[in-house]
Design a protein around this ligand. Structure first.
Ligand code: SF4
Length: 303
């Protein structure tokens, strides 16, 4: 069967246009993410994420560094948004996330970027750090869908997402790819400035799973719809990996597509903090993988 994203149904029913307008209104007292800054971004006010009314795109293109079901053989149509609603001391992407950089573009141009990626053969539109600019993104999807966009949309998020925002995305997002970074509030507060990350993140991932279920792929192995969770193993067990994995196995699904990542490096401000100023050991990584397998999480990326 030929894949058709559900946002095209919402386009036909008129609901996509309405959701785009509803999201635009939220920019006037911004509560797009759990930081709930309340600033009027339409009038140029700036909240924690550092981004106002327009989106900043650092780069975009066909990306081959993503998980196999996303990159396929033609690449994932990745758009890197500048700014972030987290402030991780060890951010692996600080040049993009911790300062606003790249090009400031309108939603019309963003729609054209999506269509260009589709024309270049991308398997999907992969929105990297979309949380703080989701209002502008939905308007761009609405414009692009009218002009023929029909690729799955990937919501590639740090996982600090508001339930209100996620409910408004129901039927628009085909593939959710959240991080699950922590299970301990004290550690998420210390390392990323968000003590409520574990509870917010768990509620968010549950809602994502409710909307899209387990990852479904085409006969050629390309992701079409579903949930894909990323978990970065931190030095010294700081990510609380065992508890994160138990949550996925018990509260989400043992059939969750899971990428346990070993590429932690002490980037950004990590050099000032001895507990995170080293890479992880092979043993630290293998313990987490073994725990996942013990819990019945067998759908592991690249393991
Ligand atoms: S999206 Fe930005 S301005 Fe809006 S609540 Fe989150 S951090 Fe604040």
């Amino acid at each position: 069967m030929i894949f058709q994203p559900t946002y095209l149904d919402l386009l036909l029913s008129g609901d996509l246009k309405k959701r785009a307008a509803d999201f635009q209104r939220r920019l006037k007292a911004c509560d797009l993410c759990p930081r709930d800054c309340g600033v009027n971004r339409v009038e140029g006010e700036i909240g924690f994420c550092g981004v106002g009314n327009q989106v900043w795109v650092n780069s975009y293109g066909l990306h081959f560094g993503e998980e196999d079901p996303l990159r396929g053989w033609q690449g994932s149509g990745t758009i890197f948004f500048s700014g972030c609603n987290l402030s991780c001391l060890y951010c692996q992407n600080a040049e993009i996330s911790q300062k606003v950089s790249g090009s400031e573009i309108s939603v019309e141009v963003l729609a054209n970027v999506m269509l260009e990626l589709e024309n270049r053969g991308a398997h999907n539109i992969n929105l990297v750090s979309p949380t703080h600019v989701i209002a502008q993104i939905i308007k761009a999807i609405y414009i692009a869908a009218q002009r023929g966009l029909k690729l799955p949309i990937v919501y590639n998020t740090g996982g600090y997402d508001s339930i209100h925002t996620l409910k408004m995305l129901d039927g628009i997002i085909d593939i959710y790819m959240p991080d699950m970074k922590y299970s301990e509030p004290e550690i998420s507060g210390r390392l990323s400035g968000v003590p409520d990350y574990p509870s917010v993140n768990q509620i968010a991932v549950k809602e994502m799973f409710r909307q899209v279920g387990n990852l479904v792929m085409s006969t050629q192995g390309i992701a079409e719809r579903g949930l894909l969770v990323r978990h970065l193993v931190l030095p010294g067990g700081l990510a609380g990996s065992k508890t994160v994995l138990e949550f996925i196995a018990k509260e989400i699904s043992r059939n969750t597509y899971l990428n346990i990542m070993d590429q932690y490096r002490p980037a950004y401000l990590a050099g000032r903090h001895s507990e995170i100023n080293r890479r992880i050991t092979s043993d630290e990584y293998q313990v987490v993988v073994k725990e996942a397998l013990r819990l019945g999480l067998n759908r592991l990326d690249k393991c």
